[in-house]
Write a protein that binds this ligand. Sequence first.
Ligand code: SAM
Length: 283
Amino acid sequence: MPNGTIPVGIAPSSAATWNAEPGDTAPMTDLVDRLRAAGCVFAEEEAALLLESDGDLEELVTRRCAGEPLEHLLGWAEFAGLRVAVAPGVFVPRKRTELMARETVALRPRLLVELCCGAAAVTAAVEAALPEVRTWVADIDRAAVDVARRNVRGRVLISDLDAALPAELRGRVDVIACNAPYVPTDEVAHLPPEARQHEPRRALDGGSDGLDVIRRAAARAGLWLRPGGSLIVETSTAQAPAAAAAFYAAGLRPRIVSDRTGTVVLGLSTAEIAEPPREVARS
Ligand SMILES: C[S@@+](CC[C@H](N)C(=O)[O-])C[C@H]1O[C@@H](n2cnc3c(N)ncnc32)[C@H](O)[C@@H]1O
């Protein structure tokens, strides 16, 4: 398993070791109170995690109370049962994106490309589930690429979408996973401050209807996918039909999959498109 990707196994009992004297719970209580006053909903859990992290505790708590994402302070995010390395300035992998990882694993790719990879959490999860998979990941942002290198075994590129992929991959890729930015430009201002102030705008803003990068990815996918290969992207529920239409226009047979946490659109690369887009609901 690559550096920075270790199984999650948090032992909150370590919180007790921070107390000044055995049985003295006042420092822990103080820490929880400060986090709660700053608006942290899961103050106890966050306090335990900050206590077990390596950094200067007072500095970490001050930064957390000022609104920095917990994951940036810890240096990792939990994703699909893994601890995936993250860093300030890099998009924090979201729980809802585990659906993309599960759907990708279900396709059992032997060759996977992840575009707009960020920390490459999806590829890390697929590599953990499918030890034989060969992977290429790419992002336009240098900070993201540096973190992705810590999370995956495969090749890591800095690239505007597929621009830097080697020609040898053309027509051979089983799955392209691409969790691109998909927030409509006008809605970026309404995102929680943790995202707006601490994640790059380029990781969030997907253009006027949020689908600019997804449309570009759909238009490029046919070049890289083998016949029967799939592109998979994440969208909001409301955006999924428009993304499916873009897939259809790009020659991919679309399928929408939703569960309680998220929505993905899959597009099958095939010469024949016989069916219109359909929706699949997963519990
Ligand atoms: C919403 S974040 C998702 C990151 C990661 N896929 C995940 O699920 O955690 C979108 C990512 O796309 C990258 N990005 C935006 N535009 C891009 C482009 N034209 N080419 C490559 N990467 C891009 C951003 O740098 C950011 O890391």
